[in-house]
Design a protein around this ligand. Structure first.
Ligand code: AMP
Ligand code: ZN
Length: 134
């Protein structure tokens, strides 16, 4: 995509600090890190979001995420990770090129868990929501 900042990184028009790379993904350090070693993993081809991937592409992306995590583990020796992505603007996505965030976590770093992303369960009980899946 012409105006996409992450496509420009893939095309080397904008520099990046690469952590891991293979045919399908590029993993590089986030320029405004929320943790030491905060990394984003992107498919080299532009996709808006995760649901745009085929199952096979999703497997390649997740493999890239695991390999990047392995690299970070070996290099920075964190005590844990939070891994995930913001899907669409409602999910907090700002850069419109699918990217998976890897946040290395360190004992006592003051961070929280994925449960802190949202606390608004809506007006239906889990049982009522389950009925909608039938
Ligand atoms: P999101 O809110 O999920 O769309 O996150 C976008 C992420 O991209 C943010 O964490 C930004 O700090 C990061 N970011 C934006 N521009 C760059 C860049 N040129 N290099 C590395 N990371 C970037
Ligand atoms: Zn793009």
């Amino acid at each position: 995509m012409l105006d996409c900042i992450f496509c420009k990184i893939v095309n080397k028009e904008i520099p990046n600090y690469t952590v891991y790379e293979d045919d399908f993904v590029l993993a590089f350090l986030d320029i405004f890190p929320h943790a030491q070693g905060h990394t984003v993993v992107i498919p080299k081809k532009h996709y808006d979001n995760f649901l745009s991937l085929t199952n096979d592409e999703a497997k390649l992306l997740i493999t890239g995420v695991q390999n990047a995590m392995q690299k970070i583990q070996t290099t920075l020796n964190p005590d844990g990770f939070n891994v995930g992505w913001n899907e669409n603007p409602a999910g907090g996505q700002v850069v419109p090129h699918l990217h998976v965030h890897i946040f290395p976590r360190y004992q006592g770093d003051g961070g929280s868990s994925v449960h802190s992303i949202i606390k608004n369960s809506g007006n239906k009980t889990p049982k009522e929501v389950f009925e909608l899946f039938k």
